[in-house]
Write a protein that binds this ligand. Structure first.
Ligand code: NI
Length: 432
């Protein structure tokens, strides 16, 4: 029997708090899970710094990746024997689901911004490069690694396959919403996935939802909306994220100035140079990063030491609502006052903005075209875009909300001399 059809002699199951069990029957899937590049995902948290806000949110990208695989496996079980579904694509879908987040690095949100990296780029490199994952995929077929990369990259010719992994209602989102809700402990994020899976139908180029399942999908869209604002963009999490980025900036800048580190940033060198090799990328997980931060508390550089202490001990920046587009003058005055007070504003005065579209239908010609959700109408079998049929979804469609905050170390400001004009003026501007 060829490797791609090889089954395990006995089914393996992973106990999963969200899906109860994750079932593995294929030898290929079992081998991929065992590969070091996949095991590394255990050391990268799914929600980055969210654990400073929600202490339960310590789950890893390993958990999530198994979850996405399991959802796709269940969808494909339902698709078996349906018109439009080609069973030959099964293994490809399962591999793409399992590996879709393979290139995520430590605290990817901040790392990608500071070092101009792209985790999708690394996902491709791990799948196509000189790795254990690539060796396993190549045993299925010479062209197979490229196919898996194409599905994740959304360029694969069969759009039905692509839409399972990335669309407005895909296995990725269905897993992370439920998983993140479970681990943060919030009451948002729950929806009836079993129902959605039952009403999904494969068409030629996309997965659609039977009209009778519309309310379950509405619930899913609302849960996504709630999770963004209650969990993903939580201002306290962003405070930790701000400090994290500033640590990376400071370490890079010190290194460039030839500063003598007590603990040399060996693992960061190619990141600082913005030319990261695959091997070095895979070596830097969150455990390594946190080790450096812990050790850098003892550095002589006061800024690096202070920021690392803040991050390690959850000694975070405070924040206020602040729109830099409307409050430019205040921003400039604060910048000057901080400098005069001896608090470096490049590290200690930070504006952070977040925005999201809860649901956006297709608008031809727009740069980031998102695959919309289509309902399959009874009897006529015609397709209707979700927001044209659901008042609830229509109400939040295409609405972009942006939230700006200004972050600063309030303890530093309070420690300024009581009678100083600088202190008075800073407090006036920040807290009117
Ligand atoms: Ni994902």
């Amino acid at each position: 029997m060829s490797y791609k059809d090889e089954r395990l002699s006995e089914e393996k199951v992973f106990k999963d708090p969200v899906h109860r069990y994750v079932h593995v029957n294929d030898q290929v899937i079992w081998d991929l899970i065992g590969a070091p590049e996949f095991q590394r995902l255990r050391r990268v948290k799914q929600l980055g710094t969210s654990y400073v806000t929600f202490h339960g949110a310590e789950h890893s990208r390993f958990n999530h990746s198994l979850g996405v695989y399991e959802i796709v496996r269940r969808i494909l079980n339902n698709f078996e024997g349906q018109p439009n579904w080609n069973q030959d694509e099964r293994l490809l879908c399962l591999c793409a689901a399992l590996l879709h987040d393979l290139g995520h690095g430590p605290f990817s949100h901040s790392f990608e911004k500071v070092f101009k990296l792209d985790h999708e780029d690394f996902t491709r490199k791990i799948i196509l490069g000189d790795t254990h994952i690539n060796q396993i995929l190549r045993r299925v077929g010479e062209a197979f690694p490229q196919k898996v990369a194409d599905v994740i990259n959304k360029t694969y010719e069969d759009k039905l396959v692509v839409s399972l992994i990335s669309s407005q209602i895909d296995a990725d989102r269905m897993d992370y919403l439920q998983r993140d809700a479970y681990y943060t402990g919030v009451s948002y994020g729950h929806f009836d996935m079993e129902r959605i899976l039952r009403v999904m139908r494969p068409l030629e180029d996309q997965v659609v939802i039977k009209e009778s399942g519309m309310h379950a999908v509405e619930d899913y869209i609302m849960s996504r909306y709630q999770m963004y604002w209650q969990v993903y963009f939580h201002p306290v999490t962003r405070s930790a994220e701000v400090i994290l980025s500033k640590i990376l900036h400071r370490a890079k800048s010190l290194f460039e100035q030839g500063y003598a580190f007590k603990l040399k940033p060996t693992h960061f060198l190619s990141f600082f140079a913005e030319d990261v090799s695959l091997q070095e990328y895979l070596r830097l997980d969150e455990h390594v990063v946190l080790y450096y931060f812990q050790m850098w508390i003892d550095e002589d550089d006061e800024i690096l030491s202070d920021l690392c202490e803040r991050f390690s001990n959850r000694h975070l920046f405070k924040y206020i609502e602040f729109n830099p587009n409307l409050q430019m003058n205040q921003w400039m005055e604060l910048y000057r006052l901080f400098t005069e007070a001896g608090i470096n504003p490049d590290y200690y005065l930070v504006v952070d903005s977040s925005s999201d579209l809860p649901y956006d239908f297709y608008r031809p010609g727009e740069e980031e075209e998102r695959l919309p959700i289509h309902l399959l109408m009874p009897k006529t079998n015609e397709l209707r875009e979700l927001s044209r049929h659901s008042d609830i979804v229509e109400a939040i469609s295409g609405k972009k909300r942006t939230d700006h905050k200004l972050y600063f170390p309030q303890d530093f400001l309070e420690a300024l001399p009581e009678d100083s004009d600088i202190k008075k003026r800073i407090f006036e501007i920040l807290f009117h």
